[in-house]
Ligand binder design. Structure first.
Ligand code: SF4
Length: 361
């Protein structure tokens, strides 16, 4: 049968990739800010099942490439990957490399046989799982085509990691991350601005930078926290244990973080709609001053313009600060901002922004 199983999530950078599901859910599933796999228990799929999926994908690819029609959702998924070049794949779900190393090798080997044209295979993994794999195992994955691992580090600040139940310490992040780097696999680490509220903002920024300086990843990506009452973490904020940061405070936290970063060659990316400043994109050390300059430009805007930018960004109307100079965007943003003032009052923009962000999740 030409069908295959896919999981619910992949990084934005894998939007055009073949999705190969090795596992279902997350073996940890306790992080208080994450609802991705809440409703399901973790399962490792059979090797034969995954290989049958890969075979089905290969048959569909061959049909499409020889001019055949796209029949169904499976066809559209393969066509989507082909339209993006057909050279990238992503292993799902949340911690796919929790699978036994021999099984991972089997699957990677099978995929390589069926899709020799794929040059980039990536996967999510937990730092803790990576720290339990030998460098030799990881090297063997790389030799079979695994090129990049995405780790949700979120923070390098131990008291905060404890509160959000990340299930790993700063040292654990360092051990797991370094092992990936040592194996020669590209490492992409995700940081969650705003995670610890006002109480942890300084420690979160400084320790996250310190841990990343030790690991030396290839990419650092921001995923701003999006708090909502359905998150288990909400309890910490609604009880007053943590105080939610405003957009401006989150931008200041990111500034402290970038200033403390000292990783040669790392690429910083702000490629998620939840991040206010989507243009924080560059390489260290050469772009550090430019990135800090973008932040300072935003922070020095008059309050009204800052609010216009917040509104326009959350409404999906712009990405860069300079986009605000566009008359059409500015006029539309003004209309929305006036509406917000009417409903929430002149000091209610942050409240309105939080509601807009919650709609994204
Ligand atoms: S390890 Fe990742 S997928 Fe699992 S619960 Fe935490 S954030 Fe979610």
């Amino acid at each position: 049968m030409n069908t295959f199983e896919t999981g619910p999530i992949r990084p934005p950078s894998e939007a055009g990739s073949y999705l190969i599901r090795l596992t279902r859910g997350c073996p940890w599933n306790k992080c208080k800010f994450c609802r991705s796999y809440r409703k399901r228990s973790f399962e490792i799929r059979d090797i034969a099942e995954v290989e049958a999926d890969i075979d089905a994908m290969a048959r569909i690819r061959d049909e499409i490439k020889s001019g055949g029609p796209v029949h169904d959702q499976y066809g559209w998924m393969v066509k989507n990957a082909l339209s993006s070049g057909g050279t990238t794949a992503f292993l799902q779900d949340g911690d796919s490399l929790a699978m036994k190393p021999d099984a991972v090798r089997h699957i990677l080997g099978h995929f390589k046989e069926r899709f020799p044209e794929v040059t980039r295979i990536t996967s999510y993994a937990r730092s803790r799982t990576m720290s339990t794999r030998s460098v030799d195992d990881l090297v063997s994955y790389r030799e079979l085509g695994l090129t990049r691992i995405h780790i949700g580090m979120e923070s390098g600040h131990d008291p905060l990691l404890e509160i959000v139940k990340k299930g790993v310490t700063a040292d654990g992040h360092i051990r797991g991350g370094k092992r990936v780097v040592e194996a020669g696999i590209e490492l992409s680490e995700y940081i969650m601005p705003g995670l610890g509220g006002r109480e942890f903002t300084e420690g979160h920024a400084v320790d996250s930078a310190r841990v990343l300086n030790e690991i030396g990843p290839d990419f650092i990506r921001f995923r701003t926290i999006c708090l909502g009452s359905k998150l288990p973490l909400w309890e910490e904020f609604s009880s007053g244990k943590l105080t939610r940061l405003t957009d401006i405070e989150i931008v200041k936290e990111i500034r402290t973080f970038i200033e403390a970063l000292d990783v040669d060659g790392v690429k910083i990316a702000s490629d998620h709609i939840l991040n206010l400043l989507g243009e924080l994109d560059g390489r260290l050390p050469e772009d550090k001053d430019r990135l800090l300059g973008i932040i300072d430009t935003f922070l020095s805007l008059p309050k009204y313009d800052r609010e216009l930018f917040q509104v326009a960004r959350r409404a999906g109307m712009l990405e860069k600060l300079s986009d605000l100079d566009h008359p059409r965007i500015r006029t539309k943003a003004k209309e929305i901002l006036e509406e917000i003032y009417r409903h929430y009052g002149k000091d209610g923009v942050d409240e309105a922004m939080q509601e807009m962000m919650e709609r994204f999740i």
